[in-house]
Write a protein that binds this ligand. Sequence first.
Ligand code: FAD
Length: 412
Amino acid sequence: MRLAGERHRLPQNTLYAHLKPATTARCERVEDVQECLEFAARQRIPVAARSGGHSYAGYSTPDNGLVVDLAGLSYVRVDGQKAIIGGGARMYDIYEALGAAGRALPAGTCRSVGIGGLALGGGISVISRKYGLTCDHLTEARIVTPDGVLRTTSAHEEPDLFWALKGGGGGNFGIVTEFTFSTDPAPDLVVFGLDHPAGTAADVTDAWQEWMADAPDELWSSLRVDSGPKSVPSVKGTYAGTAKDLHRLLDRMPPAAREVEEMTYLQAMRHYAGPEDSGEPYVASSRMLHAHVPGSKIAELMDGQPPAMIQFDSFGGAIERVAPDATAFPHRDATASAQIFVNLGDLTEDRARALLAGVRDGLGAGTTGYVNYIDPEMPDWPTAYYGRNLARLREVANRYDPDRVLAFPQGL
Ligand SMILES: Cc1cc2nc3c(=O)[nH]c(=O)nc-3n(C[C@H](O)[C@H](O)[C@H](O)COP(=O)(O)OP(=O)(O)OC[C@H]3O[C@@H](n4cnc5c(N)ncnc54)[C@H](O)[C@@H]3O)c2cc1C
């Protein structure tokens, strides 16, 4: 283990670049993680694991605390149908290793998102309607709990803790040093994009929701609406089938400039991985949709606003076939998640947060939200993120972290 003093990796959201941990511990072995948690528990100092550093609220950078940086535990081993992944691995490491072995795991898009936060909060993927969430593939996790003990959890060993790790949110219960996932044979994918004209957000939003409501599981898509004098809708997605069949499905959407390209699984994941992060400050939030949101509402929320966007990711299919209490991830019957982003640009943080809250609450989607789009100002966040699974999650947290060693502002 190496200590990095004041030199630490900045959080991905540079709005939180001012946070100064006392020390960053670069962990290379499970024993390093155990030592960190024992030390933090003894000294009563804030402590947080850092996998990819993409927490929207900077929660892997505890001010005056200890960052347990897992970058030294970022191995990915594909062993037959299993993928064994160190707690600090990032998406690009994972997709390259899986792709080389011809296997697939539904996981995140951005190249530098960490498996730690992603899998523990659920994990929405561009193939989730066919293959489910990242956490649905978790078969075993090795976790150091705040008492310094390394535990192996699975459906058979410490099953309550294992249940909680499937969607209960990063930063709770302990620090996962290793994940084991089941994988599937890597599918070929047709990747597509639809660019709709400015001013059509109302119609496209209505059409997209109806379109996805009876789409086959093989089709996944997301609708993005960017603000502007007249807001601009665009759709992208993947189809696990032929380009010819996809074109037929796309014909049901309003006319748009269409791009369709057949790719291998690895090519598709590289495509979605995008460029390196730009390091811009932003605020973000989310809701989970359970009913049709009128397109006119979306246009009203986004027309004439400073730079902001809503991204709706389609749910249903394999996500929905898991019961809401079978894992800690409660939003199984959602039709889509809605992620809202406001880049600070020329805005003050207060102005950006006011705009964000207006869009979030304007969606009329109740007290719901995705813990991986963590919003430090989410009203009633425990209910929003965990719904009916909250009470059981709190019991698990009380059992494994009775002294609140892992406390953070939205910790269980
Ligand atoms: C550009 C971008 C793209 C994204 N794309 C997707 C996407 O496609 N799908 C999706 O579902 N989400 C996506 N997200 C959201 C992402 O899942 C969350 O931000 C997630 O928390 C990031 O995990 P991380 O490990 O990178 O972050 P970190 O900041 O390192 O960790 C997040 C939280 O988890 C805790 N944690 C991290 N590792 C561990 C561990 N090993 N054990 C216990 N606790 C841990 C941290 O302490 C912190 O509280 C995206 C985010 C960004 C910024």
